[in-house]
Design a protein around this ligand. Structure first.
Ligand code: 2P0
Length: 330
């Protein structure tokens, strides 16, 4: 530990789950009820600077050029408190964070944000954590952030320990695929993931079935990645996405993240598949659609998705690297 370092800049990329995380076994420690498997994406990144400054009266947060308060600042302060406790550092910090993709597109992700923050804050505090410890810390900010510490295909373990020591992510084998993102309109999602998960767990009669069917999907996803079997991976990805949404749709009242364009894009992807293109959809707590395919098929998939009424933009992402330190020093 070197106490003179008080500033660090880190970058992390977002990730998309192929076997979904939905539900928590402990909300205070943010421990997931189920594991998950994701792909870290190149091209959609958050860059975050953390500067510990003894002259500050409080922690501050600047998000995409604008000072932030309220919930985003509170979540950042909670993570900084964990870093202060682990490092012994007592001062406040100035956090400056920006995404390299338009926030208005609605893709702004807590995954890349909290992975970048965990890495930048620990390095600025003079700590040098390994990937597992960083993943554990990032999870406290956001469950999906635990996965963005690593590049390529990543598995997040639900874990069984009460303190969450084994609720961490680790990299799996990686090969070259594409995730084509179809942006379906703009705006904030209706129900935040954390609230949606809680409501589903508390009220959906299908939640238990979701949790119980999940280990088989994880095993199938893991095997597909090890064998580089895109079809098997795509099939489990669609199944896991629809199961997650099925449990949320059955909550009372039901949570509906899809727009008409989302469903039209699902049909378009299945029509492409009927034409012999190896492409499978997934979708998260919002209306955007993500299509998994081989690199050679990506141009055709992108064109087809762009032709869906309501899809305003497409982004084609190769696998991306894990979180990295860009700069550090006094
Ligand atoms: C996932 N999602 O596996 C799932 C699928 C969205 C749908 O992880 O409450 O922002 O901060 O741990 O990580 C989004 O939820 O939730 C998410 P918290 P997070 O990617």
């Amino acid at each position: 530990m070197s106490l003179h370092i008080n500033r660090a800049v880190a970058e992390a990329r977002t990730n998309i789950a192929l076997v979904k995380y939905w539900g928590k076994r402990n909300e205070a420690l943010n421990l997931p009820a189920v594991g998950s498997i994701s792909l870290t994406l190149d091209g959609l990144a958050t860059r975050t600077e953390v500067r510990f400054d003894p002259s500050l009266a409080a922690d501050t947060l600047n998000l995409n050029g604008t000072p932030a308060a309220g919930k985003p600042l509170t979540r950042v302060m909670r993570l900084l408190d964990l870093v202060r406790a682990a490092s012994g550092r007592t001062g406040h910090a100035a956090v400056t964070s920006s995404n390299n993709f338009p926030t208005a597109a609605g893709l702004a992700s807590s995954a890349s944000a909290f992975a970048a923050l965990a890495l930048a804050a620990t390095r600025a505090a003079g700590l040098s954590l390994d990937g597992a410890a960083l993943s554990n810390l990032a999870r406290r900010g956001s469950g999906s952030a635990a996965r963005s510490i690593f590049g390529g295909f990543v598995e997040m373990k639900a874990g069984t320990q009460e303190d969450g020591g084994d609720s961490i992510a680790a990299p799996l084998a990686t090969w070259d695929v594409r995730m084509v993102v179809g942006i379906t309109g703009e705006g904030m999602k209706a129900t935040l993931s954390t609230d949606g998960m809680r409501h589903t767990a508390e009220t959906s009669p299908y939640y238990r079935a979701w949790v119980e069917s999940h280990p088989a999907d994880l095993a199938a996803g893991r095997a597909a990645i090890v064998h580089r079997d895109l079809q098997a991976l795509g099939e489990v990805a669609e199944r896991s996405c629809l199961s997650m949404h099925g449990s949320a749709l059955a909550a009372r009242p039901g949570i509906l993240y899809w727009s008409g364009a989302t469903v039209d894009a699902f049909h378009m992807i299945r029509a492409l598949r009927s034409d012999g293109v190896g492409v499978w959809f997934t979708n998260d707590a919002g209306p955007h659609v993500k299509a998994l395919c081989a690199p050679a098929d990506a141009p055709r998939v992108e064109k087809a998705l762009a032709s869906v009424h309501g899809v305003v933009r497409t982004i084609c992402c190769p696998p991306g690297a894990g979180a990295v330190v860009i700069e550090e020093g006094a």
